[in-house]
Design a protein around this ligand. Structure first.
Ligand code: SAM
Length: 214
């Protein structure tokens, strides 16, 4: 089993943060490492991700989510749908402590983990829900709703559209984002932008799909 080499992981994180020009403090980078340590520990029992090697988790999960952070520049109140082990929600919450981040998942053991992360890392900007997103009702709608590896784009907007504020937008983190999936969005939704992402240390396609009301 691969060991959790914190010093080596810290170096890869530092290089990635510099490449992405995110300007995260040392304290934020330490929190990201603490999160990875928790994900690695709980994964052995809770099966939160199929990725088992901490160094792969750093690139495939943490840096992958960090690459999306600049897209949330103007966001104040974000929902991560199907957050699973906290990707991208926990990473966003650490990178942007000024932004409220809610995460929702139907699987109780995943949200138990997210609540544990919230408590241990003292993430006061995080809220966790255990239910189907279709059943979530909130007083204040979200200005950005995001997801990563969640569902087909049509299901994503159909199931969570009632939670998006007027003038808000969806940001889906996707691998290739096939044109066919982008083109058959139901009314009133349309893709406004498809932005390729470069994840440090990852030689694979990544895209952000921005969706808004027509
Ligand atoms: C493939 S995982 C992705 C997890 C995480 N976003 C990531 O990138 O690692 C999809 C997650 O969506 C959750 N999910 C599926 N249907 C859902 C629904 N209707 N409402 C909320 N969560 C849902 C699943 O339990 C699962 O944790």
């Amino acid at each position: 089993m691969a060991v959790f080499d914190r010093a080596a992981l810290a170096q890869v994180l530092k290089n990635g943060v510099e490449k992405l020009d995110l300007g995260l403090s040392e304290a934020q980078q330490e929190k990201l490492l603490d999160y990875l340590a928790l994900l690695n520990k709980w994964n052995k029992v809770y099966n939160l991700t199929a990725v088992r090697d901490p160094m792969e988790m750093m690139t495939l999960h943490v840096l992958d989510s960090l690459a999306a952070v600049p897209a949330f520049k103007d966001a104040q109140n974000v929902l991560d749908v199907g957050a699973g082990g906290g990707l991208p929600g926990v990473v966003l919450a650490i990178a942007r402590p000024d932004m409220k981040v809610s995460m929702i998942d139907i699987v109780h053991k995943k949200t138990a983990f997210l609540n544990q992360v919230k408590a241990e890392l003292e993430l006061g900007n995080v809220t966790v829900y255990t239910k189907k997103v279709q059943e979530l009702q909130v007083k204040t709608p979200y200005d950005v709703i995001t997801s990563r590896a969640f569902a087909d784009l049509s299901d994503f907007v159909n199931w969570s559209g009632h939670l998006l504020a007027e003038g808000g937008r969806f940001i889906a983190l996707k691998g290739t984002a096939p044109a066919e999936e982008r083109e058959r969005l139901p009314d009133p939704w349309k893709v406004n932008e498809l932005q390729p992402l470069q994840v440090p240390g990852l030689d694979a396609q990544r895209h952000l799909v921005f969706i808004g009301r027509v």
